[in-house]
Design a protein around this ligand. Structure first.
Ligand code: C5P
Length: 220
């Protein structure tokens, strides 16, 4: 429950954050690189404007902010289920770095180095949580996705907005040279129906605050 008053008082907002872990066996997994920093900041900013926040997170480095309704998951399948259970919501922000694939032949027991050669992993495609919510009956009024790109950021993110069916895409360049991945700053472009709006480089907390204010404005 929201402790703060503010423009988002009475609004329920869903935030996904962190990576997902897709098991190979009970002790190993594949994952995307994600600290959960941007998602955590967004949840905190939404709380500060008075929203009730459901925070669905994979195993992240950053602790979840106090005051959210916390749902911890490991895999993309679990994240999809948690997201569907959290709906309806007035808005949803998909900041999680979901693994695109899971291991289809994950082992129930630890795979041993038994001299019989190397294990061969088979992959299956994970559900696209953002796209599935946008296509669903309970699509929130405002759905925001992220696009972490390493090249042609605006072009790729604009195409992604259409493909996923979301309202806004927060696009950023995560090339190693930018220091954004795992760092405290971000350089984003907000893609909407109206075009691309480049924001100056600023702290992830400030990006979150500005985004939360824009969300409050859009929800009216
Ligand atoms: O396709 P791509 O992974 O670049 O899309 C990024 C956006 O889609 C992010 O908002 C991410 O949280 C969301 N996403 C998702 N489920 C997936 C893959 C991405 O919700 N399986």
């Amino acid at each position: 429950t929201a402790v703060n008053d503010g423009p988002l008082k009475g609004r329920h907002i869903l935030v996904t954050s962190g990576p997902t872990h897709e098991p190979i066996d009970p002790v190993r997994y594949i994952a995307n690189r994600s600290s959960g920093a941007q998602g955590t900041s967004i949840a905190r900013a939404l709380l500060s404007l008075g929203a009730q926040v459901t925070f669905v997170t994979g195993p992240a480095d950053k602790a979840a902010p106090m005051g959210v309704d916390l749902v911890e998951v490991q895999t993309a399948d679990q994240m999809l289920e948690a997201v569907n259970s959290a709906l309806p919501a007035d808005a949803a922000i998909f900041a999680a770095a979901v693994a695109d694939w899971r291991v289809a032949n994950a082992a129930d027991q630890k795979i041993k180095k038994d001299g019989n050669g190397l294990p061969v992993l088979e992959f299956a495609e994970n559900p696209d949580i953002l796209a599935s919510v946008c296509a669903g009956k309970q699509k929130p009024k405002l759905v925001v996705g992220f696009a972490a790109e390493t090249q042609n950021v605006i072009e790729n993110a604009t195409a992604k907005r259409k493909r996923k069916g979301c309202d806004w895409i927060v696009a950023n360049d995560v090339s190693p040279s930018t220091g954004i991945m795992g760092g405290s700053e971000n350089d984003v472009t907000l893609i909407s129906e109206d075009g691309a709006e480049n924001w100056p480089r600023m702290g992830k907390d400030q990006v979150a605050q500005r985004l939360a204010e824009k969300i409050a404005e859009a929800l009216g």
